[in-house]
Design a protein around this ligand. Structure first.
Ligand code: ACO
Length: 443
């Protein structure tokens, strides 16, 4: 098969959100800490009516209906998530109930679990399947997303909720670029979920921020070396890349990632005029910037227009307005880009994605736009859909967080959240019976 890539996509996010400026006030944080310091506008959250099963049921059924795809056309489905309600029964098997009516039970693939990176592994599996000898000619579905919820404290404003679904197959308008990929994986305790009775992660915030940037540096170097080889260039730099779509715990982190691109490109081309203001860092190792805020700020300054504003910011729309989607973050970013930039402008462009998961697992890889993306833009419609949400006061948001904490993993439980404030077509939890079996309805 040729031109294997993304044929269609959709993103689901809950209807409720909290305003970050309001949350700053409510939390007694200094004005601007969440909005400027973290670069966030709104944060999506769910009450006890939604869980990882329901949000995945919603996004898959939405994609299939919007694009008119038949469930019998799917030969593989992979879910990437770190939100676990069951240690044994995969989310994928729950999603199989959507296939019942079509009679198609022959669907390969299962869940991938890792902080923020499961979706990327799921996508690679789907692409590999289509390109392999096991391919049966049908399409693959990739589902990537999470409910990102932190205990109260400094990490809480970096939560979020949402899930992306991607339809993968040959002759796609958005094609995976062969031979351009850089990966970095290592053993780290920066963010993990050892307490299986809680939704909250254990987080070493500063380590996770530094580890993201170190992984970004390693991936960019490896990715660029491969791109140079592929294109037959002696020296490549960010000018080869039209758009960056980065995993976004909060958008300030992506501004820092762009600063790291300019650190690396500067080292390889120090005479360039655009680096006049940072000449003093020529012999300073890039790693110093993990702790040296003055150095980091200098390169944020160098990269803010040419890299962040021109190439990366458009893909940060969902992240800014939803928060961290963990496994879905980078794909919410791709949806933001496709949804806002017209197809004619995207034609032939290289989109470079950076996926980072704590622990840690990271890959930089690219997509090339080869066909019309207008249908995806129309169906994702990110700006209008995000504007149609309901804002909840921080005090009520906190009550919902307490409710989730108290009722997490209960059996014989009927959720108390309202059932009249969903987007149409949203699946929600109706009851958990005495054997923990979950029953859902659709709005
Ligand atoms: N106005 C403007 N900026 C402000 C203000 C203000 N009033 N107050 C603080 N800031 C800035 C700070 O200078 C800092 O920016 P900088 O990093 O560019 O210097 C930023 O806001 C954050 O402030 P900190 O004091 O560093 O925040 P804190 O330590 O309280 O928490 C953290 C930040 C560590 C990111 C925390 O939210 C966290 O642990 N989040 C979860 C982990 C995470 O998201 N990690 C990212 C990668 S891993 C993953 O995706 C899960």
């Amino acid at each position: 098969p040729e031109n294997v890539g993304i044929l269609a996509m959709d993103v689901y996010f809950p209807k409720t959100c909290v305003d970050q400026a309001e949350l700053e006030k409510h939390d007694g944080a200094s004005t601007g800490k969440y909005t400027i310091g973290l670069g966030q506008t709104k944060m999506a959250f769910v009450d006890d009516r939604e869980d990882i099963h329901s949000i995945c049921l919603t996004v898959v059924s939405s994609l299939m209906e919007k694009y008119g795809v038949s469930y019998s056309d799917i030969g593989r489905m992979e879910v990437g998530t770190e939100t676990i309600v069951d240690k044994s029964k995969s989310v994928k098997t729950v999603l199989m109930q959507l296939f019942a009516e079509s009679g198609n039970y022959e669907v390969e693939g299962i869940d991938t679990t890792n902080a923020c990176y499961g979706g990327t592994n799921a996508l690679f599996n789907a692409i590999n399947w289509v390109e392999s000898s096991s391919w049966d000619g049908r399409l693959a579905l990739v589902v990537a997303g999470d409910l990102a919820i932190y205990s109260s404290g400094s990490a809480r404003p970096t939560g979020g909720a949402g899930v992306a679904a991607l339809l993968v197959g040959p002759n796609a308008p958005i094609v995976i670029e062969v031979g351009a990929r850089g990966t970095h994986m290592e053993h780290l305790y920066d963010f993990y979920k050892p307490d299986l009775s809680s939704e909250f992660p254990v987080v070493d915030g500063q380590l996770s921020v530094a580890s993201y940037l170190k992984s970004f540096d390693m991936c960019y170097q490896r990715y660029m070396a491969k791109l140079e080889r592929k294109l037959g260039l002696a020296r490549g730099d960010a000018s080869l890349i039209d758009y960056f779509v980065c995993h976004s715990p909060f958008t300030k982190q992506v501004q820092k990632a762009m600063a790291h691109i300019s650190m690396y490109d500067f080292k390889r081309n120090p005479e360039d005029q655009r680096y006049a203001s940072v000449q003093q860092y020529l012999d300073t190792p890039i790693e110093q910037s993990y702790t040296d805020k003055v150095m980091e700020r200098a390169f944020i300054g160098v990269s803010k227009d040419e890299l962040y504003k021109n190439k990366a910011e458009v893909a940060q729309y969902a992240a800014k307005n939803l928060g961290n989607l963990y496994c879905g973050s980078v794909y919410g970013g791709l949806a933001s880009l496709i949804s806002q930039v017209p197809s004619a402008e995207l034609a032939g462009k290289r989109i470079t994605l950076f996926s980072y998961g704590s622990g840690s697992a990271a890959t930089m890889f690219s997509l090339i736009v080869r066909g019309d993306t207008d249908a995806i833009a129309k169906h994702v419609n990110i700006v209008e859909r995000l504007a149609a949400r309901t804002e909840v006061a921080p005090v009520d948001y906190e009550k919902v967080m307490e409710l989730r904490e108290k009722t997490h993993q209960l059996r014989s439980y009927t959720p108390v959240g309202p059932t009249d404030n969903f987007f149409p077509g949203t699946y929600y939890l109706v009851h958990v019976d005495d054997m923990y079996r979950r029953q859902y309805a659709r709005s």
